[in-house]
Each structure stands twice: as C-alpha cells, then as structure tokens.
Design a binder for this molecule. Structure first.
Ligand code: ZN
Length: 463
C-alpha cells in the first residue's frame, strides 16, 4: 500500500519534471530563434542599404507624384525579387497637391526686408499670383483668435507662435498638444477674416528648418493660404513685431490642388503553412512630404516592414499564419490608403490576427503599444523577457497607427504601434532635415529585428 503510494508520487513528480522541462526547452527554443533574428539583422541586415536606395531614387513621394509612383514600382519589384508568395497592388485614388515654386515670406519694415524660412502647408491654396502683403497678428492659440475677434483679425495675417510643448518625455504627446495650430489654425483664423496664416513650425529642434504637414480646411470658413516658418524665423518675426506692430509680411506661393490621381497600396505576403487565411500584417506608409527624403517618416517604417518579413524568409522560418507587409499610400494628406485597405479587408472577409505599424522613425526600439483587448495586453506582456536588453522594454496600451486605425474601426482588428525612441523624431519630421544621413544603421536594424521578433511571437502564440 505504502509502496504503491510512493510509486504514484514518484510518477507524478516525474511527469511534472518532464512537463516543466519541456516548457523550459520550448522557451529556450523561442529565445534562441529571437536571438538569431537580432544577430542576423545587426550583422547582415539589408534595411539600411534599402532605405539609402529609396531615399536616393525616390526622395519625394507625396501622393500623386512621380516619386510616389516610382517608389510603388520599386517596392513591388523588390518583394518580387525576394520571391514572396504573393505581391500585388490595391487601387487607391489619392489627393494630388503640388507645392509649385519655392515659397517666399519676407518681412518689410521701413527700408529693410528680411527673408524668412518657409514652406506652404499641405493642401494649402496659393496666394494671389503677385503675392499677398498684410499686417501680422501674433497669437498663441485658437482661443486667442476668438478673443481678439473680427475687429483685430480682419484683413491681417494671423501668426500662430505657440512653441512645441517640450515638457513630455514622449515627444508625440508634445506634438499632439501643439499641432492644432497647423491642422485647424488656418480655418480658425479665416472665420474672423484673416487673409493668410503662418505658423511656428511644430518642431522640437532649435534651428530654422520649416516643417510642413497637412492642414484641414473646415466647411464653415473660407480657404486661405497657410505656411510654416522655421523656428528661428518665427522668433525673428515675433521680435520684430514687438518693436514694430505695424510691420507687413509678404507671402507668395503657388501650390495647387489638382484632381485626384490613381495610386496604390503595395502588398506582399509569405503564406501561412497552417492557417493561410489568418493574417499578421505589418506596414508603414510609402508617401512622404516633398521636402527631404522622408527617411524617418516613413521610409524607415516601410523598410522595417519589408525587411522583417525578409529576415524570416532568410532564416528559413515557415510561418503558421500568413505574414503580410503593406505599404500604405497617402497617410500624410488624406489617409486614403489606410481607408481603402480596411474597406477591402471587410469586403473580402479577411481575418487579421493583428495589424502592426512602424511610423515613428528609425530610432532605437523602446516599446510596442497595443490597441486591443486587455487579455491580449496581458499575453503580450508575458513576452517581454524574449527581447534583448536595451531594445523593447515595454509592451503596453497604445494607439496602433494612422494607417491601420481604419481597420481597427472597421472590424475590431487589434492594432500595434512600434515605438522607437522619440527624442529626435520631431527635429526632422516633415522638414528638409528628414534625410538619410540622420538615420543610424544599428538603430534602424534593431527596429527590423524587434518587429520580426514580435511577428514571430504572435505567429507562435496568437493573441
Ligand atoms: Zn508618418
């Protein structure tokens, strides 16, 4: 009796030992594979050279432009050369805005004049062909425009000079707190009779690069021309206004909104071996402002995404689920690519396990942020130990991304945003400084490795 009980206890102990060592072994296998992803990417990753090629060949990729069309063809061909299982385009009609000739912003005072560093805002209408000249009213906010009222605004150029909110560690929070002077500031000023708007660039930098970005004209206000000044130029204008409130600013730009143009999202897939109908999607946006190279915004994101799949392919990994990379068009001035993707996903009854976006630059990986169920968040957090030190240090609630948000809204797909270090992103974002030379090879490749590792974990464990 006692003897059989001892045997029973021994057998149970043995089973527990075998089960726990199997779990440990599996964890070891996953860790080994993830380490291999990081080592291979750091030593032999192609992300950096691909981004260099994109930036050299197609630096200006605004929707509807030749640069965008060239980049679409180039990324499609690249994935075909990699022999991804399926590469295809999705038709998207996109807004087509062109900047035209170099913009002019000149301060006139007494006999003097000073040229300012300026870029028209995306979607802005042109000034009259011989320019526009008017007195300037400096404000910090929409509310200040309302308080000043029509008697102080009518016939003037409104100058939004609110500095970037620098108090947040995460600069995206500062961006969100400041960006409305660009997006809705022009219409707010127009409601009170302003003839044009200039804004202080939404930038963390201490320099004079103007940072463009799209504005959004409201239906209840006339459309007026609007442009961004470099931070130093904005400060110069403010200083001169204090000395001479009557000075005049001259603006001239001939940008135009053309009819919508035919364009495309570019999609590539590696088919799943067990669940080919279940999709793990990763992407970024292929369009970029026409000022620098769009190296961080968002050349880095599309090269991360293609390279993450390429890494899995090079390592001979056979995914259970279909891995899909999407290069969205028109994130910057319309979001038509993201909307079209969601529409087609619903129409084709596609089943996305998750959609991941890299659209925050090519800097050192810090975190992933998920918009999804609490249970998915708990699962994600259990994966933290798989990531090497000094890479992903948080898996937390988050936003996802602009291009994948429509999919989340349409069918509830959980979305995940890749979160790199944000300290330098808004120094270059939407400006002529967003060039390849500001990208660090190792930081960029670490992003690819982190995305590949994350995709691997979703493929192995689901959400
Ligand atoms: Zn972007």
């Amino acid at each position: 009796m006692i003897f059989s009980r001892i045997i029973k206890i021994f057998l149970i102990a043995l089973l527990i030992f075998i089960a726990s060592s199997t779990v440990a072994q599996e964890k070891d296998n996953h860790s080994t594979f993830i380490n291999t992803i990081y080592k291979t990417t750091l030593a032999k990753g192609a992300t950096y050279e691909l981004l260099r090629e994109l930036c050299e060949k197609y630096p200006k990729r605004l929707s509807g432009s030749d640069g965008a069309a060239g980049a679409i063809e180039w990324t499609k061909k690249l994935m075909q050369e990699y022999e991804f299982d399926r590469v295809f385009l999705q038709d998207v009609m996109v807004p087509h805005w062109e900047r035209g000739e170099k913009e002019v912003a000149t301060i006139h005072y007494g006999d003097g004049k000073i040229d300012l560093s300026v870029l028209a805002l995306g979607r802005s209408i042109a000034t009259p062909s011989n320019g526009i000249s008017a007195e300037v009213v400096e404000v910090k906010s929409h509310d200040e425009v309302t308080e000043l009222g029509r008697e102080n605004i009518e016939g003037k150029i409104v100058f939004y000079n609110r500095p970037f909110s620098q108090e947040f560690v995460n600069t995206f929070r500062g961006y969100v707190a400041t960006v409305n002077q660009r997006s809705s500031g022009p219409s707010q000023a127009a409601r009170f009779g302003a003839v044009a708007v200039v804004i202080r660039s939404v930038s963390t930098g201490d320099d004079d690069h103007p940072h463009t970005g799209t504005l959004s004209y409201a239906n209840d206000a006339p459309q007026i021309p609007a442009a961004a000044l470099g931070v130093h130029s904005a400060e110069k204008l403010s200083t001169l206004l204090q000395k001479n409130p009557k000075l005049e600013l001259f603006l001239k730009f001939n940008c135009q909104n053309l009819p919508d143009a035919q364009s495309y999202n570019v999609v590539g897939e590696i088919k799943g071996s067990t669940n080919p109908d279940k999709i793990i999607m990763v992407g970024g946006h292929l369009d970029a402002w026409d000022t620098g190279h769009g190296a961080h915004d968002d050349g880095a994101g599309i090269m991360h995404s293609i390279s993450a799949l390429r890494t899995m392919q090079v390592l001979g990994y056979k995914p259970k689920n279909t891995l899909r990379v999407v290069m969205f068009i028109n994130e910057e001035n319309g979001l038509r690519g993201g909307k079209k993707y969601a529409e087609l996903a619903v129409q084709n009854k596609e089943n996305h396990i998750i959609a991941i976006e890299s659209d925050a630059g090519g800097f050192t990986p810090r975190a992933f942020g998920i918009k999804g169920a609490d249970s998915s968040l708990t699962k994600l957090q259990s994966w933290l130990t798989y990531f090497p030190d000094n890479t992903i240090s948080a898996l937390k609630k988050g936003y996802g991304g602009a291009d994948i948000n429509p999919l989340n809204k349409a069918d509830g797909t959980p979305t995940v945003g890749f979160i790199p270090d944000s300290q330098r992103y808004f120094d270059v974002h939407h400006s002529p400084a967003d060039v390849f030379a500001t990208v660090n090879r190792r930081e960029l490749e670490l992003g690819t490795a982190s995305l590949a590792a994350f995709i691997y974990l979703v493929d192995q464990f689901g959400l």
